[in-house]
Design a protein around this ligand. Structure first.
Ligand code: 6PG
Length: 235
């Protein structure tokens, strides 16, 4: 059962998210295994990543044994301001001494399908077997999408692939995407949804009462540990 926590200020939301991420990082270090983290895109995580970068520079984390992936990516050129990778590099990855070979963005390729295949190869090379990410960060849109799994998308029915290409959605940027699939998300040790409540109240109400899939992709995510951190501040 998902655990839901609402925060009345953005600062408390950000601080709690940072501590949850660092706790997982330390848990992996105690268990002496690599920490595999999936970053979500959109706007909500940016302040979390900025504070996380400062927190990590205080020390106490293993860089070599850490690998960072992405929940999904917009099919835009490397460095494009609307790529999720660009936001993550600006707010976090360019501010910490994580080796570049430990950062695994969705590759830019000739077609979205090729990008998805290359990304699966990258995931396979890191895990050597079906992936089990230690911590997956996810957002949710006003329509209940998460990553780039949009309502009623055929991608929601994907049972084997780890990553797939999806056509351009209605929301901006209207470009094709590559997204991790539900089997991968649900095989993760822990999923942490980071959601800014404004404009999403209706979807949140439906999701948190587990309205069925495929109309509400975020409700289809159920990892062994699934937490919802909701920024309920009025900002
Ligand atoms: C993307 C994200 C997407 C995002 C939600 C919420 O590529 O846009 O992966 O799933 O998490 O749309 O976005 P906000 O945090 O900006 O509301």
């Amino acid at each position: 059962m998902a655990e839901v926590t609402r925060f009345q200020t953005r600062d408390r939301f950000v601080a709690a998210a940072v501590e949850a991420i660092v706790d997982e990082w330390h848990r992996c270090a105690r268990q002496n295994h690599a920490f595999t983290l999936v970053l979500s895109g959109g706007a909500t995580p940016r302040p979390v990543y900025e504070v996380l970068a400062k927190r990590l520079l205080k020390g106490g984390v293993q860089w070599q044994g850490t690998h960072v992936f992405f929940s999904d990516e917009r099919m835009l050129p490397a460095g494009h301001p609307q790529r999720n990778e660009t936001m993550a590099r600006e707010s976090l990855l360019d501010r910490i001494p994580l080796p570049e070979e430990n950062v695994h963005p969705v590759p830019v390729a000739a077609t979205p399908e090729e990008s998805a295949t290359l990304y699966e190869q990258e995931i396979g090379a890191a895990f050597g077997s079906p992936p089990c990410f230690d911590l997956v960060l996810l957002g949710m849109g006003p329509d209940g999408h998460t990553a780039s799994l949009f309502p009623d998308s055929p991608a929601l029915m994907e049972g084997n692939r780890w990553a797939v290409a999806v056509p351009a959605p209605e929301m901006k940027p209207r470009v094709p995407r590559v997204t991790l699939t539900l089997p991968v998300l649900n095989a993760s040790s822990r999923v942490l949804f980071l959601v800014s409540q404004q404009g999403k109240e209706s979807a949140l109400e439906r999701v948190l009462h587990s309205e069925s899939c495929p109309g509400l992709p975020a409700a289809c995510v159920s990892a062994p540990r699934t937490n919802w951190y909701i920024d309920a501040s009025p900002e």
